[in-house]
Write a protein that binds this ligand. Sequence first.
Ligand code: F6P
Length: 323
Amino acid sequence: MKRIGVLTSGGDAPGMNAAIRAVVRTGINKGWEVIGIQHGYSGLVNNDVTLMGARDVSGIIQQGGTILGSSRCPEFETEQGRRKALRTLEEQAIEALVVIGGNGSQTGAHALYQMGFPVVGVASTIDNDLCGSEITIGVDTALDVALQAIDQLKVTASSHHRAFIVEVMGRDCGYLALVTGITGGAEYIVIPEFETDAEDVVNAIRTAYERGKAHALIVVAEGAKYNARGLEHYLSEHHEALGFDLRITTLGYVQRGGSPGAFDRLLATRLGAAATGYIAEGKFGVLAGLNKGQITPTPLSEVVTGKKPLDLDLLRLSETLNL
Ligand code: F6P
């Protein structure tokens, strides 16, 4: 092995830079050249690459986002786009590729692997919906960002005796909403994995009001049937029953832009190092992930076809805490 490539793809996640740094530096340590591919798969399709030295990744471990840039690249989803990507890899004499990203990115990685190219994935998405890693790069920091916002919202909510609907990201997965809700002390949590009766939400807010609480907090996942907008629509038609006045806040992309905390920096560093380790061993078509405290490889074929379960006991736990 002489030359490997690395790219970040899909939604950026705090810790991606730490993973790039680990890939570059552990690769250089092995005597390889490391090529950074710009803007995810679009850089592969359009031959937009750059040689990376140890100094190019200095001072980035604490930065959110990705210095390589990221994208969602529709062209790469076509057979023709993937052939262009393979041509770039050949022209650049890249012998193996590290793909740092979530579900869509690892689906792309798996496709390249099936076309015969040696690929290793690194589990990175704030959504925590990726099979093959119990927790992925960016989740911990995204949760902290959401919690900080919620702690502040509760201050103003209490001052005005208001109920707040707070919508968090997660695509179709309720993990971020569930954990944010529990750790933020929400009165109600709405996630796609569990069907919500909007009347129950009305009752939860009313109950909080009657118990003399200073505010009520409802955390909703963006992918739920009742996301912030849907729930606001329903609740505003029942505002007299609520007791509290209602406001909504959508946290959205704020959650992706945080500076990675210690957990994400360490996870990203371990996963990036594991990825070059797998390449050195000739272990391809796998995702580097964290499982039971260990970094383990999971075949990409399992990663892209599996569905990660959500622990609904946490939802029941949150209900018992709403006194
Ligand atoms: O997958 C990460 C994520 O932030 C999701 O939570 C969200 O639904 C999506 O990306 C937004 O995607 P985009 O950046 O393409 O708007």
